[in-house]
Design a protein around this ligand. Structure first.
Ligand code: GLU
Length: 563
């Protein structure tokens, strides 16, 4: 068969040549070892936590090597496209500090290798489709109008058909071989009749034979050769993922394809296309699915519906993006935490990220671990940063609290500063939700008694302690003087002022100085656990201290009229 003639018949309008395209998208001028990686989402939904992984890995590898990280929107399946999804993806990633050097940005398209949206590259795919036909590697399969209708309207049927074929490999093979047989005259007739064709690749592989392949994460693998003729262009001329991404990764000069392991089974198809087109395939990293631990202890795939799967959830839940990226880094490289322990003040961007330290078997998503990491990260942030991040977050999710925050910046910052700085900063909260809860102890508008006095607390003593403390409280006292006063208040009531002495002789006392402090703590903070009480009192000020003490006294006196 005259394949050149066939290619002209099928693609009469394609005038551009592969050579011209190669010249238009030249090799990139980058330092040795520079990685060109991409994020290539289909705009069908949100960024999944499991999908964020490959993104971070790609971003790190590209930017640490002086390379390029670009965004390509794979929107060839318009039926699955969700309006606005691409913009939302970019916004989400930008929230996590992932920025692209090329691709669609807020201000339009950036980069010399575009367009970066597959739907705008159809002409380019047709050039290579024509080339494949001309080299005898691809052929048309015509559908009658009825068949097309059936495919377009009844996706379900098409699905069922392919399932049946999977079960019956022999039938599939026969159908495939049959569709390879046609004459040029037949093609001419079909085209003249206005019938549309899908373009199939002619597979030269043998499923019984294996190809050797090295995945950068998984190491050496043996994969079956591809023996399946698959669709390159659908009958509307739009390419499939398999075809489009191979063309794009080549022309955009991608060096590393980093993607989910679900693509590993189709890799032989992709490698075959690279070979047919005479291109060197990029390096591949297939990253394992993210797993979660079920309550019964078994590991399951983190599904789309799982809490925490959507990267946008974390914003709402009040995680700072730095905490989330920090957690992802701990999952990506097994030596990250060790490095972090020695480099507390460095950015994760300074970490020598390495493909070799990536887990082959898949990472476990653990929200408790995220919380730990988050507390650590937040504990090392500056008060100024926290104040502005919190104000922004609260503006969106807790407007009531946002106005409190902006009402008195110094007051808010004084609270946030508690236990900050130094070698071992406090880790009272890891999210803005937790911080709002923490701060709500301080504001009169949000203060409430959350904890009760423990069972057995002598309410009469509480009242005596409150009275004596209120009478003697002096804001000018230093911590020592302040504490001495509390000791002196407790001692005559039978509360040992010295903890050591109390522990040695507990039966000799009603309680200890810790109990006396607790009596004041619950009244002033509303909780059994609070930040340092002395500092707390200074932040809220004497008036508030006295007011809270007298409210507590009134409340417990009304419930316990006998005391
Ligand atoms: N569009 C594909 C997806 O969203 C991209 C896979 C790849 O990175 O090659 O899964």
């Amino acid at each position: 068969m005259d394949y050149n003639y066939l290619s002209e018949l099928l693609f009469p309008d394609v005038k551009m040549t592969a050579k011209e395209l190669e010249a238009k998208y030249p090799e990139r001028n980058l330092p040795d070892g520079a990685v060109v990686a991409r994020f290539a989402p289909s705009p069908t939904g949100f960024v999944h936590f499991g999908g964020f992984f490959p993104v971070m890995a790609g971003e790190r590898l590209a930017h640490r090597s002086g390379g390029v990280f670009y965004l390509r929107i794979e929107d060839t399946d318009s039926r699955r496209e969700v309006e606005g999804a691409a913009d939302a993806l970019v916004r989400t990633l930008s929230h996590y500090g992932v920025e692209f050097d090329e691709g669609e940005t807020a201000t339009g398209e950036v980069g010399a290798y575009g367009p970066y949206r597959q739907s705008r590259r159809v002409d380019i795919y047709h050039v290579f489709a024509k080339l494949l036909v001309a080299s005898g590697r691809a052929y048309p399969v015509f559908s009658t109008d009825e068949e097309l209708d059936a495919i377009n309207t009844a996706d379900k049927k098409a699905e069922i058909k392919s399932v049946d074929w999977e079960r019956d490999a022999e039938a599939r093979r026969e159908a495939m071989l049959k569709q390879r047989e046609f004459t040029v005259e037949y093609v001419e007739r079909e085209l003249a009749a206005g019938h549309k064709f899908a373009l199939y690749v002619l597979a030269d592989g043998d499923g019984e034979r294996k190809i050797k392949f090295t995945d950068l994460v998984r190491g050496a693998l043996l994969l079956p050769e591809n023996d399946e003729d698959f669709v390159l262009l659908k009958s509307d001329g739009v390419p499939t993922y398999h075809f489009a991404h191979v063309v794009d990764d080549h022309l955009m000069r991608t060096t590393h394809v980093i993607r989910g392991e679900e693509w590993l089974p189709s890799l032989p198809k992709h490698l075959m296309l690279f070979r047919y087109l005479g291109w060197r395939a990029p390096k591949y990293m297939h990253i394992s699915q993210l797993m979660k631990l079920d309550p019964d202890g078994s590991k399951k795939k983190l599904s789309k519906r799982d809490m925490g799967a959507n990267m946008d959830d974390y914003k709402r839940l009040g995680y700072d993006p730095a905490a989330v990226t920090e957690y992802v880094m701990t999952l990506l490289n097994s030596n990250y935490e060790e490095w972090r322990a020695q480099n507390r003040d460095k950015s994760y961007r300074d970490f020598p990220f390495s493909v070799k330290k990536m887990s082959v078997s898949g990472c476990l998503f653990d929200i408790k671990k995220l919380d730990d990491v988050s507390r650590e990260v937040v504990s090392r942030m500056s008060s100024d940063y926290i104040y502005s991040a919190l104000t922004e977050w609260a503006g969106e999710y807790r407007p009531d609290f946002a106005s409190l925050l902006s009402g008195d910046e110094n007051f808010a910052k004084a609270i946030i500063s508690i236990g900050r700085g130094g070698k071992k900063p406090r880790k009272d909260y890891g999210t803005w939700v937790e911080l709002v809860d923490f701060m709500s102890m301080f504001y009169d508008e949000t203060f409430r008694i959350s904890d009760k006095y423990p069972e057995g607390t002598d309410i009469g003593d509480v009242i005596s302690v409150i009275d004596a403390f209120a009478a003697s409280y002096d804001e000018g006292d230093d911590m020592n003087a302040w504490f001495e006063k509390i000791k002196k208040i407790g001692a005559p009531l039978g509360y040992c002022p010295d903890m050591k002495e109390y522990r040695a002789n507990p039966d000799a006392y009603k309680g200890s100085i810790a109990d006396v402090s607790m009596m004041l703590r619950v009244a002033v903070t509303g909780r059994l656990n609070s930040p340092d009480l002395y500092t707390f009192m200074h932040i809220i000020g004497k008036n508030a201290v006295i007011l809270r003490l007298s409210s507590m006294k009134a409340a417990i006196s009304s419930v316990n009229p006998e005391v």
